[in-house]
Ligand binder design. Structure first.
Ligand SMILES: N[C@@H](CCC(=O)N[C@@H](CS)C(=O)NCC(=O)O)C(=O)O
Length: 213
């Protein structure tokens, strides 16, 4: 039997769409829990596989390590084309898929490195507060721009739930959080609500990213 996938991740963190994808695909995986935003010690847990000390990191059954959430999601979708989690090369929606799978980490996710500890860049506490407020506004603006550019069906790229939907459903729960996201991005809002309600993921969401408010 193949080795299981090993996910370095945390409840509510960037590993959640990866874990959700593995769950939908029915692939065996284990999680090394590392709540990296909490402490140096938690970040050090990831260091053996990812010198960036960030989650998600994924050890493939071959032993090869992958980092970068979008790359991991695209890899898993590509390895299991029958599951329909991404448009294939040549399909009309492929360009949109590549565009938004890149937009999320480049324009939105990367801002959380700053937000999680603004003192990485700020000179003092007041500057840190300003950075927090302005990055939250920038994230809201990015969701607004994305919303204006997409034409979803039941899901973002048509009628089938895919890795892009899982990615947006998780990242949209981070600051400035869902209430703001729903206002900024009404089309995306409909999709993420559908993803939240996906029957195959109910137990998974409850365990790995429960709605607490
Ligand atoms: N570019 C990376 C970013 C990953 C990332 O920022 N992960 C956060 C947790 S959700 C993290 O590890 N933060 C700790 C840190 O950057 O020090 C990706 O897309 O996977």
């Amino acid at each position: 039997m193949d080795n299981p996938y090993i996910v370095y991740g945390a409840k509510g963190g960037g590993s959640v769409p990866v874990e959700a994808t593995l769950t939908l695909l029915g692939l065996p995986y284990e999680v090394v829990e590392a709540t990296v935003w909490e402490s140096e010690a938690e970040r050090e847990k990831v260091a053996p596989v990812n010198p960036m000390r960030q989650i998600p990191a994924l050890v493939l059954p071959s032993g090869q390590v992958m980092t970068e959430s979008a790359a991991i999601l695209m890899h898993l979708a590509e390895q299991h084309p029958g599951a329909g989690l991404a448009p294939e090369v040549g399909e009309a929606r492929r360009a949109d898929y590549l565009r938004w799978m890149t937009f999320i980490p480049a324009s939105i996710y990367s801002l959380y490195w700053i937000r999680d500890d603004p003192m990485r860049l700020a000179a003092d506490a007041a500057a840190a507060e300003l950075i927090k407020a302005r990055t939250a506004e920038r994230i809201a603006e990015c969701w607004r721009i994305m919303d204006a550019q997409v034409s979803p069906g039941r899901y973002l790229l048509g009628e089938a739930l895919g890795v892009l939907d899982l990615y947006v459903a998780v990242v949209s729960r981070w600051t400035p959080r869902r209430e703001r996201f729903y206002r900024e991005a009404p089309k995306l809002a409909e999709v993420v609500r559908r993803v939240d309600a996906e029957p195959r993921l109910q137990a998974f969401w409850a365990q790995r990213f429960p709605f607490e408010d």
